[in-house]
Design a protein around this ligand. Structure first.
Ligand code: RB5
Length: 148
């Protein structure tokens, strides 16, 4: 059973609901940090709340949603410890885990994906980190947190 933190801006409220329903069918625990309606909000503020929650510990990964997934991923990757991958399909979803050990994925509520988002998510959850040379590279990414 996975413990997941999720948040969206107004551009992906209905996608968030769909994802939460799917995760519950998978037996996951989901902490929904909002938003809960389509009133306009600023996505960086939402990303910070979800990433800070993740950094408290105890979560397997996080999901950030906005209109495109772009703004949320850019914002999340500014926050210490976060490796947020904007994923588009089954391949990028698998690679985000296998090679990058992403601890967040970002998706867009206004994006037309070629496969159901639930499959994209399921692929991410079913994949394991490859280790080997990727451990070194992920560690190099995390060292970038020290750069000011
Ligand atoms: C909000 O209109 C939109 O800009 C936001 O959801 C996201 O797509 C930004 O990257």
């Amino acid at each position: 059973m996975k413990n997941i933190v999720i948040a969206s801006d107004h551009g992906a409220v209905s996608l968030k609901k769909e994802i939460i329903s799917f995760l519950k069918t998978k037996g996951c625990t989901v902490n929904d940090m909002g938003v809960h309606n389509e009133d306009s909000v600023d996505y960086p503020n939402i990303a910070i709340v979800a990433c800070r929650e993740f950094n408290k510990g105890g979560y397997d990964f996080g999901i950030l949603l906005c209109g495109t997934g772009i703004g949320m991923s850019i914002a999340a990757n500014k926050i210490r410890g976060i490796r947020c991958a904007q994923v588009f399909d089954l391949f990028t979803s698998r690679m985000a885990k296998e090679h990058n050990d992403a601890n967040f994925i970002a998706l867009g509520g206004r994006v037309k994906y070629n496969v159901p988002v639930t499959e994209i998510l399921d692929t991410f959850m079913m994949t394991t980190f490859a280790n080997e040379r990727h451990t070194r590279r992920v560690s190099q990414i995390m060292d970038l947190d020290k750069i000011r």
